[in-house]
Write a protein that binds this ligand. Structure first.
Ligand code: ZN
Ligand code: ZN
Length: 427
């Protein structure tokens, strides 16, 4: 029995096996079946990624040191830092929202930059991986979509537009740092190849060639893509030899979990739209705002681009996500062999777009932090905002629990798998 020439890689989106030659800088490999990027070795190498992660850390600290926005009305001024919104939500009795904003705006981005630095710095210097590097890099990747600095920036723009005809607004020094942080983060991410990092932490151990013949008998780690022989239909198969994550041939209970989460989000979508998300009290007169009335107010003020943005992020995206996920679950359940590539694309779109619905939550948090001028004007969050945030989080968890490889596990292939395992049983 000879080892295969190249380590086997299973596509993370469709499960197709690939035997790829050693990668060269700048080399990009795509799945022949679904078009997913299997690996991409960047030309900058790990040194560039380290430099950008250091720059990110400095910019993130700066973004938290100074005011981000100052609000002036009737001679009184209020400043907000990056975290003021989280504090204002907590103080206003919405502790859950305060913690959520703190997590996605502070903890997750900070853990991302520091974690990347911890893992990549020794590797770039040619040393062996730091202790716990595999766990750290796995966690960094999982936190990626919960780090929402760029979504916050959009929320800040909406808050700015909403307040601009009410009062004087002045950007603070930290706003420039935040914008720079977001740009450097995007650049850093584009210059780092996770595949390369995993290979440097520990090269993939190869599976025996007999197992290569049938991809259904191989399992790829969801986190580091290490391929392991043996599959037992979605049950847990112990820990990944490279990163220690729990191995599953497919994400466990993908369908029932998906349906349960979609149902919960659909139910919560009703109070999220019917209940007010915030109340604006201006010279003693209070006025509650729902998501839709907020959009209407922007239209009445002829702020069309921002009105469209809020309508898209807060109303269109959650509904399309719920319909899209239900469609994916339903077609997988029926074992539909049609339009597999399109459905995989739909899944990627749903995965990517979900976090942008947090715009309204960030907008409310900033308004609640800035507009605290006693008898003149105050803004505070309302229960609808909690329901809406829950819809966003639950739909993100729903798309996370869906396994796109199920789209490709159509019944004919399942039948084939049974045949080949029967042949092997006679060997
Ligand atoms: Zn694929
Ligand atoms: Zn792994």
């Amino acid at each position: 029995m000879t080892a295969p020439d190249h380590p086997i890689l299973l596509c993370h989106d469709c499960g197709a096996p690939h035997a790829l030659p050693p990668a060269l800088p700048g080399h990009r490999a795509e799945c022949h079946r679904c078009g997913a990027v299997l690996r991409h070795f960047r030309t900058g190498g790990l040194g560039q990624a380290v430099a950008l992660a250091i720059a990110s850390t400095i910019l993130f600290v700066t973004a938290n040191l100074f005011p981000i926005l100052t609000f002036e009305l009737e001679g009184r001024a209020q400043t907000a830092t990056l975290l003021s919104g989280s504090v204002a939500l907590w103080d206003g009795g919405y502790e859950v929202l305060g913690v959520l904003v703190f997590f996605v705006l502070f903890l997750a981005p900070l853990a991302q930059v520091l974690g990347t630095l911890y893992v990549v710095m020794p590797l770039a210097a040619g040393r062996t991986a730091a202790p716990g590097a595999a766990w750290t890099f796995r966690t960094v990747a999982r936190l990626r979509r919960w780090a929402m600095a760029e979504v916050f920036l959009l929320g800040l723009i909406v808050a700015y537009v909403k307040l601009s005809d009410l009062a004087e607004l002045e950007p603070g020094a930290s706003l420039a740092a935040l914008v720079a942080f977001i740009l450097v983060q995007v650049w850093g991410e584009a210059s780092l190849s996770p595949f390369e990092v995993w290979e440097r932490i520990a090269p993939q151990t190869r599976v025996a060639q007999t197992a290569n013949a049938d991809p259904e008998r191989l399992t790829a780690c969801h986190d580091c893509h290490q391929v392991v022989a043996g599959a037992n239909g979605g049950e847990s198969q112990g820990a990944c030899p490279r990163c220690g994550a729990r191995l599953h041939h497919r994400k466990p209970n993908s369908l029932p979990r998906g349906w349960a989460l979609i149902s919960a989000a659909t139910i919560l979508y009703i109070p999220a739209n019917l209940l007010p998300i915030m109340t604006v009290v201006y010279f003693g007169a209070g006025q509650p705002d729902t998501i839709l009335s907020g959009v209407e107010a922007l239209i009445a003020a002829e702020m069309w681009p921002v009105a469209l943005l809020v309508f898209f992020a807060s109303i269109t995206v959650p509904v399309l996500k719920l319909i899209g996920l239900a469609y994916l679950l339903w077609t997988v359940q029926r074992g539909s062999p049609k339009r597999q590539r399109d459905r995989t694309r739909l899944y990627r779109l749903i995965e990517g777009v979900g976090r942008w619905s947090m715009v309204d939550i960030f907008m409310i948090s900033l308004l609640a932090a800035l507009v605290q001028l006693g008898a003149i004007a105050t803004i505070h969050a309302e229960l609808g905002a909690v329901a809406f945030a829950a819809v966003v989080i639950i739909t993100m968890l729903a798309s996370d629990s869906f396994d796109p490889r199920l789209i490709w596990d159509a019944p004919p292939r399942r039948a084939q798998r049974q045949d080949s395992s029967m042949i092997d049983a006679h060997d």
